[in-house]
Design a protein around this ligand. Structure first.
Ligand code: UGA
Length: 432
């Protein structure tokens, strides 16, 4: 099918590349001309495993191209996907102005029937506003359908998640766009559920909030484990084997971050409030998440006593493994908290160092270290802040010798408690 995707962020670019890989003809549009130039030149503005190869092979096959013009995208496609940012606002609601702008641009470019699909994460009832906006601004007065098709990919696993989705959700206001939507997703071999638009929009917020709730739940359990001497990983394994609960997203740590969970929780709480429901359960999820970081910082301070002028090595800056994304990264927050207390840092991340430099304050108190095994050099303690699997291969003997004191705070429970103790570390992890 002929598809256009407006917005080449994580969701837009990966979606476009995967649709092309499945044989559709895709034009990806972005109004950032510098970004389009990079993409046309074969560059990828984000790090996402497998994406670069997917983009280049599909560009070479003539199924994927890039443009700055929404009008060109609309003219050359039957189905137009909106995948633009919906950034948070100070009051917790989301800024829908990019969606509105794109809806107007699409409307004014439409000269024949189009299906306009919202892929951006939006609060329930946004589809109604998009429909009304297109109706108002469509000069040609042609028919159209608005569809809600939320995306469930995780950064760092985006290509994998998109190519092998658990389910496809299609929210429609009429039956007319259903066949085309099914055709787009037929090659993905995933169950498709067709709902009304409001339900589809709610599914996205409800799914992300539930996953965040699961993380806060296990983080709350981790506090009880620490107080009682139990082990949170054993508890997670034990409850996770109940298929009604499931083991995934039960890893205790520094709390969840990223551009999705924190924002979506706030947005869901806000839209619920506007609809007359006080979502106190989710407010508690937020509170536990903030508290988890406080508890970890306290653990470091309790052990090292005064942090001023202490040198601390930090492994990980990205908000999670497999990504260079540092937006709302717990690792970055931890660095900021340590810096505020007067510590100096030696930091390393396999992919996120450049992006971290842009968000951490420029300071002679932060040294960016290319080799993870060199981070501990001369430090008073080492901290694991991101769950990169390669950190498990850290030269622990070398780290212990390089540290002035063999203290390791593991915010992601990457190492085995007994092994660390037998290696001579003072080892503090989360909930164990
Ligand atoms: C999340 C959802 O998982 C996706 O399904 C969704 O499509 C996406 O948001 C979105 O709305 O676009 P993402 O933010 O990329 O994906 O990353 P996750 O893998 O969900 O991790 C989020 C945070 O939770 C990270 O900081 C991670 O370290 C933390 N986490 C995750 C835990 O602390 N414990 C866990 O067990 C799992």
């Amino acid at each position: 099918m002929k598809l256009s995707i407006i917005g080449t962020g994580y969701v837009g670019l990966v979606t476009g590349a995967c649709f092309a890989e499945k044989g559709h003809h895709v034009i990806c549009v972005d109004n950032d001309s510098a970004k389009v130039k990079v993409l046309r030149g074969g560059g990828i503005p984000i790090y996402e495993p497998g994406l670069e190869e997917l983009v280049s092979s599909n560009v070479a096959a003539g199924r994927l191209r890039f443009s700055e013009s929404t009008a060109e995208g609309v003219a050359s496609s039957d189905v137009v996907f909106i995948a633009v940012p919906t950034p948070p606002q100070p009051d917790g609601s989301v800024d829908l102005s990019f969606i509105e702008r794109v809806a107007r641009d699409i409307a004014s470019a439409m000269t024949s029937y189009k299906i306009v699909v919202d892929k951006s994460t939006v609060p329930v009832k946004t589809g109604e506003n998009v429909t009304e906006t297109i109706r108002r601004y469509c000069r040609a007065k042609v028919d159209f359908d608005v569809v809600s098709n939320p995306e469930f990919l995780r950064e760092g696993f985006a290509v994998e998640d998109l190519m092998k989705p658990d389910r496809i959700v299609i929210g429609v206001g009429s039956q007319r766009p259903v066949a085309a939507m099914r055709e787009i997703y037929a090659p993905f071999d995933a169950p498709i559920i067709v709902t009304d638009i409001n339900s589809a929009e709610l599914i996205k917020h409800a799914a992300n909030s539930f996953l965040a709730l699961k993380i806060s739940y296990i983080n709350a359990i981790s506090a009880i484990c620490e107080a009682s001497g139990a082990n949170v990983q054993e508890v997670a394994n034990g409850i996770g084997m109940d298929t009604r609960i499931g083991r995934r997203f039960l890893d205790a740590g520094l709390g969840f971050g990223g551009s999705c969970f924190p924002k979506d929780l706030s947005a869901f709480i806000k839209i619920a409030e506007q609809l007359g429901y006080d979502f106190r359960l989710l407010k508690e999820v937020q509170r536990i998440n903030a508290e988890q970081m406080d508890r970890f910082v306290k653990k470091i301070a309790d052990t090292l006593w005064v942090l001023r002028d202490k040198k601390i090595g930090v492994l990980g800056l990205a908000f999670k493994q497999n990504t260079d994304d540092v937006r709302v990264s717990p690792a970055i927050e931890l660095c900021q908290r340590l810096l505020k207390e007067g510590a100096t840092l030696r930091v390393h991340d396999p992919k996120a160092m450049e992006k971290a430099k842009a968000v951490l304050p420029p300071s002679d108190k932060v040294a960016y270290v290319d080799d993870m095994n060199a981070v501990a050099e001369g430090c008073d303690a080492l901290v694991v802040a991101t769950e990169w699997p390669q950190f498990k291969k850290l030269d622990l003997d070398g780290a212990r010798r390089a540290l002035t004191h063999p203290i390791l705070f593991d915010g992601r429970n990457l190492f085995d408690v007994k092994e660390m103790e037998s290696l001579g570390f003072i080892y503090k992890s989360v909930g164990r």
